[in-house]
Design a protein. Sequence first.
Length: 246
Amino acid sequence: QKTLENKVAFIQGGSRGIGAAIAQRLAKEGAAVALTYVSSAAGALDVVREIEAAGGRAIAIQADSRDEQAIRGAIRHAVDTFGRLDILVNNAGVLAVAPIDEFSIEDLDRTLDVNVRSVVIASQEAARMMDEGGRIITIGSTNAERMPFAGGSVYALSKAAVAGFTKGLARDLGSRGITVNNVQPGPVDTDMNPDQGDFAESLKQTMALPRYGKVEEIASFVAYLAGPEAAYITGANLTIDGGFSA
Ligand code: NDP
């Protein structure tokens, strides 16, 4: 049985990796899906085509998550196309790793714009469109809780910021029956964090389950949170990390 029939989902950053898997999974559960990308037009189109081939509905919208008006415009475009908005997934993210004395202000600004500022803007715009039962789900990181290697300070900062935002926003929107949650993955095999090489092996050594996660495993958790059975979960930072932070 499909859990998201007649729902509309907007996925910020859905062209590759975890976001693409979330788009596929929410569509499989019956949701119409609007997904954004900044540079991977081909990847975004592939996701749309696969969803359509399986009988679902999807659109791809180019919208840079650093651009306030682009984010707002994309959300409005999704509502114009599908008639409503039920689920926002803030997935777009960037990772810049460097020791603090070499960390550029350009990378600081980019990290904060994409990983934090876009989450606030999209949540504000989406919340205006949502009715009772709405869902706001951000993809944070287990690095908000544990950052066991050097060079990740700004990334950890950005993911801790959305963890705090999630708690506060849940209080703003709870009386309207809208839930707000933050999914904190551990290492997941994507372009951002490929499951190969010395770095990947060293991360596995720190985990209870010594393996990378699959994008489908994160997407499955997001689908649960987006569905009706998760109505009592809000303001929660939910780690799904193979025991990385255990
Ligand atoms: P990828 O690098 O594989 O994909 C990133 C996605 O975000 C792409 O769809 C990309 O679009 C989009 N994106 C990036 N910048 C922008 C922007 N400026 N505007 C619009 N879209 C943008 O990353 P992952 O799938 O690995 O990561 C997804 C999320 O999960 C991120 O928030 C990341 O921090 C988080 N995460 C990942 C972990 C991992 O180990 N992989 C672990 C914990 C958290 P485009 O293709 O157009 O560039």
